[in-house]
Ligand binder design. Structure first.
Ligand SMILES: [Zn+2]
Length: 276
């Protein structure tokens, strides 16, 4: 942990593996895979999670875990509960620890994220690529449980802090595609508004690293922004990302996405379309 401090890390976590991945059937799930043997693998015990969180608290660091399957997420939450018994829930919440992916969830697990103030670092493109009938989540888990995957709408609805990303190179860097994927979730009950998804993909990432005032355009704030052209138009200050006809919404939505023209970092132009 001291090494992490010396290196200037904002946290001790990221992909600290509590389990594997669904593609290789190594994500730790509570019921056996439909298309393979066993329930995957958990690589951490609740006691290890607890000890990591206590160590993080001793060094004032944020912790984080990669957890995809419901069994792995459950183990991580057991570790949080154990750490809370030592630290108190408020102190644990203040550290704003994170879970990466949080794919196979349920109501009890979502309640744990709320209780411990855990930031869910999620990838809407996973739903676009693997959600829905006949896709990977269904073949691995069956239709009913696949519908419980990546429940960003429900999590946002109960106040879980979301930070969106691509998990690049697992999915391509495509922020507007991710915003759209969250707004056009395969499970209509999990759809977020474009505005809420946009916030999760901008401010949400900064909030996840405790920089609560970044990620917005404001007078006096650092001039860090991107300029986009919006071929489908703008509605209430945000680009139109969704097809007018709800039938066309979803993974194959034909609406053209915004194109980046310029990127400015703290006043310096670092990307300009057409210049090399
Ligand atoms: Zn990961």
């Amino acid at each position: 942990m001291r090494r992490g401090r010396e290196l200037g890390a904002v946290g001790a976590g990221g992909d600290l593996f509590a389990d594997g991945a669904l593609g290789s059937r190594t994500a730790h799930v509570s019921q056996a895979y439909e298309d393979g043997d066993g329930c995957g693998h958990g690589y951490l015990s609740a006691a290890q999670v607890r000890d990591h969180l206590l160590d993080c608290a001793a060094h004032g660091m944020q912790g984080g875990f990669h957890a995809i399957g419901d069994a792995a997420i459950s183990t991580v939450l057991d570790g949080f509960a154990a750490a809370a018994r030592t630290l108190g829930t408020e102190r644990l919440r203040a550290a704003r620890h994170r879970v990466e992916h949080a794919e196979i969830m349920n109501k009890r697990l979502i309640a744990g994220f709320v209780e411990f103030g855990i930031v869910a670092s999620m990838q809407p493109a996973f739903d676009r690529l693997w959600g829905g009938t006949g896709r990977m989540y269904e073949s691995r888990l069956g239709l009913d449980r696949s519908l419980e995957s990546n429940p960003m709408g429900a999590m946002h609805g109960v106040g879980v802090s979301l930070a969106f990303g691509s998990d690049s190179p697992v999915t391509p860097l495509d922020p507007w595609g991710s915003v759209r994927a969250a707004a056009a979730h395969c499970n209509p009950a999990q759809r977020m508004s474009v505005r809420a998804a946009f916030a999760a993909h901008t401010r949400g990432g900064w909030r996840a690293v405790h920089l609560d005032n970044e990620g917005v355009l404001a007078l006096g704030a650092p001039a860090t922004f991107a300029v986009w052209s919006t071929p489908a138009g703008v509605e209430r200050g945000l680009p139109v990302l969704l097809a007018e006809d709800p039938e066309n919404r979803g993974p194959a939505d034909p609406t053209p996405l915004p194109v980046c023209r310029r990127t400015v970092l703290r006043g310096d132009v670092i990307y300009e379309e057409g210049s090399s």
